[in-house]
Write a protein that binds this ligand. Structure first.
Ligand SMILES: Cc1ncc(COP(=O)(O)O)c(C=O)c1O
Length: 401
């Protein structure tokens, strides 16, 4: 077999030839990153206000992450989960000590963390709630792309073409407590929600709603499972978004920002819900020393530097700046939502895409929401005041022109 030689400056050709057609991409090839900046293969610099989709918590190639990975990679990269490894147990301890949950299971991605939560809810329902197995989710929520997490995800465009999906999922309107109350039956094992819906354009659960959901779950003896895969690790101005609501979940899933760029996922549960027994669940790579060393370094840094506090302060700066832009004529913005360093900026028809392209041309990366109507702003938690001001300057030009 002969390999076609491709011009490396033509990644679009390489993608067409070798990669499945899954990602709508910006027409740039990123080759290097440092802090809030990335550079493409032409040497052009971009201000990255995506943090790799809420992943690069400390920015690109932060020395703390680089050093942790470097040290671990020369010591022990992987070992079977049939033995103990210290980075895994140390990260589990750190997560437990800094959350309301008691036990951790590690995996490699957000979808896997939610699969673990779904299995945990089913096992809990089977053994503790008379065989209850149904999970109620929000019809505008997003939980991943595996069969189980697609069934949990409300968006039709994610599900269509892949049916039949696993049974046992019911969807209700987000922020509608009465709808949730009506949907709970004796078969319901759990409610699974994002406290803040990322893919849906940073749509926040109201305080009333999430507190009401907690009370309702308690009343009905149903688990409350929060998907904090995007909202966790300081993004919203508290280490976990649930803290901002004054409630505690029974199960929480985490991924994205935990590894600071290294793939990791985790499902955390209260002791009474952590009902797995040996053989119930496993992951070859889950909790490997390399990923856990990265996760341990990220979490320690986030806590030691109070990056959630930094996210609150700089989030306020961004919010104020966005408010000024909204007060000016001709901006096309219909709504700004957010918490901490995480905003969804909604536009009229076609507006989000146009502004996204203009920002890209001006050297700034943003994420478009799954709905296509909003832009998501999610810089690394190490963002500086100057970088926030630069974002506002570029964004102001992009919405005006
Ligand atoms: C809230 C939420 N849950 C789950 C996932 C799936 O995570 P992953 O892509 O790591 O499987 C995502 C990804 O965007 C997410 O935002």
């Amino acid at each position: 077999m002969t390999m076609t030689r491709l011009d490396p400056s033509e990644p679009r050709n390489a993608e067409r030839a070798f990669h499945m057609n899954t990602y709508p991409r910006a027409p740039i090839t990123v080759v290097r990153g440092e802090g809030l900046r990335v550079w493409d293969d032409q040497g052009r610099e971009f201000l990255d206000f995506t943090s790799g989709l809420c992943v690069n918590t400390l920015g690109h190639c932060h020395p703390v992450v680089v050093e942790a990975v470097r040290a671990q990679v020369g010591t022990l990269i992987h070992a079977t989960n049939g033995v103990y490894t210290l980075p895994q147990l140390e990260l589990a301890r750190l997560l437990v000590e800094h959350s309301a949950l008691d036990k951790v299971f590690f995996c490699n991605s957000g979808a896997e963390a939610n699969e673990c939560a779904i299995k945990l809810a089913r096992k809990w329902g089977r053994t503790r709630k008379g065989g209850a197995y149904e999970i109620i989710t929000a019809n505008t929520g997003f939980h991943g792309r595996t069969l189980g997490t697609m069934a949990a995800t409300g968006h039709r465009h994610v599900q269509q073409d892949f049916e039949p999906l696993p049974e046992g999922f019911t969807q209700v309107e987000f922020n509608d407590l009465a709808a949730l109350r009506d949907a709970i039956t004796e078969r319901t094992a759990a409610v699974l929600l994002e406290p803040i819906q990322g893919v849906n354009g940073v749509e926040l659960a109201t305080q009333e709603y999430l507190r009401g959901v907690r009370a309702l779950c308690d009343e009905k003896g149903v688990l409350l499972m929060l998907d904090e895969i995007q909202s966790g690790v300081g993004r919203t101005g508290t280490l976990w978004a649930y803290e901002g609501y004054g409630i505690e979940p029974d199960v929480m899933t985490v991924a994205k920002g935990l590894g600071g760029g290294v793939a990791i996922g985790a499902c955390l549960a209260k002791d009474a819900v952590a009902v797995f027994q040996p053989g119930d669940h496993a992951s070859t790579f889950g909790g490997n020393p390399l990923a856990c060393a990265a996760g341990r370094a990220v979490l320690q840094e986030v806590i030691a530097r109070d990056l959630p506090g930094h996210a609150r302060r700089l989030g306020e700066r961004l919010r104020a700046g966005l408010g000024e832009i909204q007060a000016e004529p001709g901006h096309g913005i219909t709504a700004v939502r957010g918490a901490g360093l995480w905003f969804g900026i909604e536009f009229g028809e076609g507006g989000a895409n146009t502004v996204w392209e203009r920002c890209l041309r001006r050297g700034m990366l943003l994420v478009r929401s799954g709905t296509g109507r909003a832009l998501r702003v999610s810089p690394s938690l190490t963002v500086t005041e100057q970088e926030c001001d630069r974002f506002l300057e570029v964004f102001r030009q992009a919405v005006r022109s």
